[in-house]
Design a binder for this molecule. Sequence first.
Ligand code: SAM
Length: 253
Amino acid sequence: THFGFRDVPESLKEKMVGQVFANVASKYDVMNDFMSGGVHRLWKDHFIRSMAPGPGTKLLDVAGGTGDIALRFLDYCHRIHGDATAQVQIVDINSSMLEVGRVRFSRTAYTDTDQVSFLVQNAEHLDDVPSDSVDVYTIAFGIRNCTHVDRVLREAHRVLRKGGRFMCLEFGKVENPVVEKIYSLYSFEVIPTIGQLVANDRDSYQYLVESIRKFPPQSVFADMIRDAGFTTVGRGWEDLTFGVAAVHSGFKL
Ligand code: SAM
């Protein structure tokens, strides 16, 4: 596909995103490390610490890809509580990404237990997930890839139990003008070039940068979360690394 990523029509977005993640699946984990200098690991660790799941928590990790969040979640429950009853279901629209995750889990103690399961499904229609059935819903670096963010949020609200928590880790906007300048240069110049050199796929990483640029600022996204019925604490998000990423959270009360 060589039309610009900037102006992808809504009807084509899902297909294009599918192509992007099918292309990058096998290199996804190493590319994250390359592009973020490993910082995505710190963000994800922080995300799980903020969740602070208790024993037996049932997590639905949507757009879970290769399982970064799911694995950290189970490790946290094991390490902090010695708990082996927590459960996570990893949902992704893309079976290639889930397959990488499955292989990864097969090398852990969680494989062949009921602690982890996989489901190919669109975040906008979680048809196989019952209403009021999960304690925590996570979506990390996934929601900006979805065509209808409002539908994703509505589905999140439906599947959570009363008192359950929605948590989203996503790229945000940097307010500090100096940091913003550096970050822009890095995203528009360096990231596509790393994509070219390491994964031989400039277009997919060009898409990544565009999708980050197009996603709404933290305050607007927090309003969307409240519009979907969630109750937030304070403004509803925490900036990480000057707002390069942000943790959004809301409760279904
Ligand atoms: N959560 C993982 C992480 O933090 O490493 C993966 C994030 S990856 C950048 C985005 C994932 O979103 C991809 O695996 C992609 O297939 C998935 N995705 C994109 N659109 C989706 C949709 N509509 N429903 C479910 N998953 C979707």
